[in-house]
Design a protein around this ligand. Structure first.
Ligand SMILES: Cc1cc2nc3c(=O)[nH]c(=O)nc-3n(C[C@H](O)[C@H](O)[C@H](O)COP(=O)(O)O)c2cc1C
Length: 365
């Protein structure tokens, strides 16, 4: 029996296996006009191919809850009816081919308004469909980035409401998992990390204050997400600052993550999608196969919150071992699934677990 291809039930939702597609920006929605932020045929075929390929859960790219929350002007959004309808077509297709549709709800904070990555990913201004970014503190991400506007408390409250409204739309569009994007140096991560959050009010300073915005967002999403469906949180389990003595800068640590995982569990989160980094430019990240797995494994070991492991997981037996050994409840694949949408079905064959080939392809099985 393969542990990787056992189903996983969270609340009342059964996900058919533990090979999931990680959220990945595609930077190809319309940047303006009525189709701004609306999923296109690209998104349907890109996400649809991974459902056909056998992924158990497919999480959309970072999907902005307000226009200013997009990472690039070409990102997807979920703040209006047209975007919601565009997603409904995709969730129906994913379900038809046996995958659970999940959406990553996001705000890019001080790393918003940047170019497509294949054009270098540098900040873009209003002349190129960009805008002035906002953040917990008026501290730019790094050289060449604009100084973001510091969010006022009223604006923070409106953003919490925007996450709730986006979750309501996501549910109406047919999604069954809502993932709050709290990682990679975007807005929620900026509040969590002392590296980016220099506030002295109720949203900055102590651990309780820095986690306040994230937990308010989780509460707003949980308030509209049905009891029977799971909410995930994607975290950067470390900023790779404090834990790297040579760096000298202070950041969020894996100790913070363990503590925060317990808070998230108490606030109704069902799984921690455990990534790292992104908040501090120049942090030294020891990327190597499976390098983020120990962070997931530690949360699994020290809390009751289920976890997903992500990052340079590329081999079926590596993925099987992560789940079978109890280091994580599921694995999320990013780039490997870009290279090969059929990875889950081929891994299932290698691990003697069958797979989920569509009838149309039966002659190839
Ligand atoms: C093209 C691309 C786009 C990405 N976009 C997102 C995103 O929207 N949200 C997110 O949380 N992570 C994003 N990531 C990170 C992936 O979800 C994943 O964590 C990372 O690629 C490591 O996994 P891998 O080694 O399997 O690719 C992106 C990665 C890639 C390669």
């Amino acid at each position: 029996m393969s542990a990787l291809f056992e189903s996983l039930t969270l609340r009342d939702l059964t996900i058919p296996n533990r090979v999931w597609m990680a959220p990945m920006c595609q930077y190809c929605a319309a940047v303006e006009g009525p189709d701004q932020g609306v999923p296109t045929d690209w998104h349907l075929s890109h996400l649809g191919a991974r459902a056909v390929g056998g992924a158990g859960l497919i999480i959309t790219e970072a999907t902005a809850v307000v226009p200013e929350g997009r990472i690039s002007p070409a990102d997807l959004g979920i703040w209006n009816d047209r975007q919601q309808e565009g997603f409904a077509r995709i969730t129906a297709f994913l379900k038809e081919y046996g995958a659970v549709p999940g959406i990553q709800l996001a705000h890019a904070g001080r790393k918003a308004s940047t170019d497509r990555t294949w054009r270098g990913g540098a900040p873009v201004g209003p002349d190129r469909h960009g805008w002035q970014p906002v953040a917990p503190s008026p501290v730019p991400f790094t050289d060449g980035y604009p100084v973001p506007d510091e969010l006022g408390v009223e604006e923070i409250h409106r953003l919490v409401e925007a996450f709730g409204a986006a979750a309501r739309r996501a549910l109406a569009a047919g999604f069954q998992v809502a993932e709050v994007h709290g990682a990679h140096g975007y807005l929620i991560n900026e509040f969590l990390s002392p590296h980016a959050n220099r506030r002295t009010d109720a949203y900055g300073g102590s651990y309780e204050n820095r986690t306040r915005f994230a937990l308010e967002v989780v509460d707003a999403v949980r308030a509209v997400w049905p009891e029977e469906l799971p909410v995930f949180f994607r975290i950067s389990a470390t900023d790779w600052l404090t834990e790297n003595p040579e760096d000298g800068r202070e950041g969020w640590t894996s100790d913070d993550t363990v503590r925060f995982a317990k808070d998230l569990l108490a606030h109704g989160v069902d799984l921690l999608d455990t990534s790292t980094g992104g908040v501090a430019a120049g942090a030294r990240i020891p990327a190597a196969p499976g390098y983020q797995i120990p962070f997931a494994a530690r949360v699994k070991e020290e809390t009751d919150l289920p976890v997903g492991a992500v990052g340079l997981i590329t081999e079926p037996r590596q993925a099987e071992e992560i789940v079978a050994s109890g280091q994580a409840d599921a694995v999320l694949l990013g780039r490997e699934l870009l290279r090969n949408p059929y990875w889950p079905n081929l891994a299932a064959r290698e691990l003697g677990a069958g797979g989920r080939w569509p009838d149309q392809y039966h002659r190839a099985v």
